[in-house]
Design a protein around this ligand. Structure first.
Ligand SMILES: C[S@@+](CC[C@H](N)C(=O)[O-])C[C@H]1O[C@@H](n2cnc3c(N)ncnc32)[C@H](O)[C@@H]1O
Length: 277
């Protein structure tokens, strides 16, 4: 037998139950029964890195992890970070055509946008490109984009702002030269410093303390709460509403909705809401 084929680890139903409970308590994500294989493949890397005997031992490490250091790696391994530049592009059209027009008329002192559950930052930089291109005077105003996530690895990638050059296919042509620099070997692109300076990355778990102050004109929270239970979703959208200006704009993911979750927003388009209370 090929020596390179690695031996699998036993993953009992009991250990899977423990992990599902841990994930739900620590992140809000409710893992379905059929996700056992996915959980195995995500966590087996931690077991190999730690060079331990298997899932039983890993669960023991998690339950006695008083420093929380393995918990960070565990959460990083378990989260799904799929994202794309200009994903669900109608949100960016709405920003460009409606929100920018209002901000130009209202001239608020500060403009604050939040990409909540930002993954590797593509969403935050898509917002930055859209806003600065449609409203160049923002460069001289008090304009900031906050990008938060529970996963420390994706936050590092967001701050580094370097992506494989395939991402160019998702980004409107007119932004390529304006906001991106291609590496000498053509393999990667990096967001320019002029754009990056508007985006701040911070770790924030929706289930913990919310150290976020300020009144946001726009919040993007897309494809994040989809696996959270309704009760957790209710608490999250309530806290978003508390941190938004009147009539602030909220964009959520394509398979999410606020039905039975929040009465503090009204729908103004596909997965676009405005704060009413
Ligand atoms: C699928 S990505 C969505 C990225 C981006 N919003 C988009 O739509 O392209 C979901 C992100 O939510 C983050 N996330 C999951 N649970 C979270 C929690 N409890 N607090 C903060 N972020 C969380 C994950 O780490 C992941 O990066």
């Amino acid at each position: 037998m090929n020596a390179a084929i690695e031996k699998g680890f036993e993953f009992s139903d009991r250990d899977f139950r423990f992990i599902r409970t841990m994930v739900s308590e620590k992140t809000g994500i409710e893992l379905a029964e059929h996700k056992k294989n996915m959980v195995y493949s995500r966590l087996v890397r931690r077991i190999r890195t730690l060079n331990i005997g298997g899932f039983r031992e890993y669960c023991e490490i998690l339950s006695s992890d008083s420093s929380g250091s393995e918990l960070i790696n565990f959460v990083n391994a378990i989260t799904t970070n799929v994202t794309r530049f200009f994903r669900e592009e109608h949100h960016f059209h709405y920003l460009r055509d409606v929100v920018v027009k209002e901000l130009t008329e209202q001239k608020p002192e500060k403009i604050r946008i939040w990409s909540a559950g930002c993954s590797v930052g593509m969403e935050a930089y898509s917002i930055a490109m859209t806003m600065l291109s449609a409203m160049p005077e923002l460069a001289y105003k008090d304009f900031k984009i906050l990008a938060t996530d529970i996963d420390t690895e994706v936050l590092g990638k967001g701050a580094a702002a370097t992506y494989p050059s395939e991402v160019l296919k998702d980004i409107p042509q007119e932004y390529h030269r304006k906001y991106l620099e291609t590496s000498d070997d053509g393999e990667t692109v990096t967001v320019t410093d002029e754009l990056r300076k508007f985006v701040t990355f911070k770790r924030m778990n929706f289930l913990d303390h919310w150290p976020v102050k300020g009144q946001f004109q726009v919040i993007f929270c897309r494809n994040v709460v989809i696996y959270f239970n309704k009760e957790v979703q209710r608490a999250i959208f309530d806290k978003f509403a508390d941190r938004m200006v009147d009539n602030g704009c909220l964009c959520i993911g394509h398979s999410e909705n606020l039905f039975n979750v929040s009465t503090r927003f009204r729908s103004v388009g596909t997965t676009i809401y405005r704060k009413i209370a």
